[in-house]
Ligand binder design. Structure first.
Ligand code: C5P
Length: 300
């Protein structure tokens, strides 16, 4: 028997960052948004853990950690431990989410592995316990379970669904070279040594998401990490300007980057912006949101 689970990429519609806590993590007020780029994880019972990885041509598969360093395996080990099981599995992953791109691809794989193995093993873990396990695996993993649009607080791991009446269209431009999330946070610390402990709230987004109007959302998008990411990678600033010149309502760095996302007025506009950017960028994708969190796919 095999179980395949699909989990979405995230972008941050709002990413407010506060000064680093004693544990080194930064307090966040963020609005996560799941978009239609997915990783699929197929779990099959096996004697040993393994993580065969395949994916879209633009995904840097070589930099996905193998075996027990892979976050999907760590998810499986945590679930097994939680239920006192000594079971193992092969977790074959098909990746469409860029690696080290600021879109939480590893977190999606972990969330997908939790849901797939919970089904395969028949462990029936209640949602609140699955979310608690997810938060131990990484700050963005609980959101990958939840999907949709959600407020994230704490270090990002405390999530609650957020009202979103829009159907938003995005152009997504991954970078050929990844950016390390810890490096971007460290650079943000250096740029903003006097940052307040409380991250800025997401008030402007509340109204924008309720109206479903792209222009309102464009004006409310906010990412505190953007300055640090662009300082490390000035080409991202040029890319954002170019996308906006091509007709995007607003471009911004996704999370800690380097992927940049562009909000467009609709599907047709997104295709036009993507075509305009494709001349200079080898990979330009379109996606819509919000979409569901990690979910089991019907048998093929
Ligand atoms: O939780 P996760 O493993 O995704 O975090 C990766 C790294 O990103 C952390 O080790 C930390 O350097 C940084 N981080 C942070 N504050 C957060 C989330 C992540 O400093 N709220």
């Amino acid at each position: 028997m095999s179980i395949t689970v699909r989990a979405p990429a995230k972008i941050n519609l709002h990413l407010g960052v506060g000064a680093a806590r004693e544990d080194g993590f930064h307090p966040l007020v963020t609005v996560y948004h799941a978009i239609s780029l997915y990783d699929d994880v197929t779990a099959v019972a096996a004697e040993a853990w393994s993580t065969p990885v395949d994916g879209a041509a633009y995904v840097d598969l070589a930099s996905v950690p193998a075996g027990e360093d892979n976050i999907a395996v760590r998810a499986g080990q945590l679930l097994a431990q939680r239920h006192g099981l000594s079971r193992r599995a092969a977790l074959s992953t098909y990746k469409s989410i860029p690696v080290a791109g600021g879109m939480a691809g590893g977190s999606a794989d972990a969330a997908a592995a939790l849901v797939a193995l919970d089904r395969l093993w028949g462990t029936g873990t209640p949602d609140d316990q699955l979310l608690a396990l997810a938060s131990r695996l990484g700050s963005d993993v609980p959101f990958a379970l939840l999907g949709g649009t959600a407020l994230g607080t704490g270090r990002g791991e405390i999530v609650e669904p957020w009202e979103d009446n829009g159907a938003w269209w995005w152009v997504v431009v991954p970078s050929e070279v990844g950016l390390s999330t810890p490096a971007v946070y460290r650079h943000w610390d250096a740029l903003f040594p006097d940052a307040p402990a409380e991250p800025p709230p997401a008030h402007r987004l509340v109204g924008a998401l309720k109206t479903g109007e792209p222009l309102r959302l464009a004006a409310a998008l906010h990412n505190d990490l953007e300055a640090a990411a662009i300082d490390l990678r000035p080409d991202l600033g040029a890319l954002i300007e170019k996308g906006q010149a091509e007709g995007a309502l607003r471009g911004l760095v996704s999370g800690s980057g380097p992927t940049c996302v562009f909000l467009c007025a609709g599907a047709e506009e997104a295709r036009a912006v993507a075509a305009g950017l494709a001349a200079e960028h080898p990979v330009v994708l379109t996606a819509h949101g919000p979409v569901a969190g990690a979910h089991v796919l019907p048998d093929a």
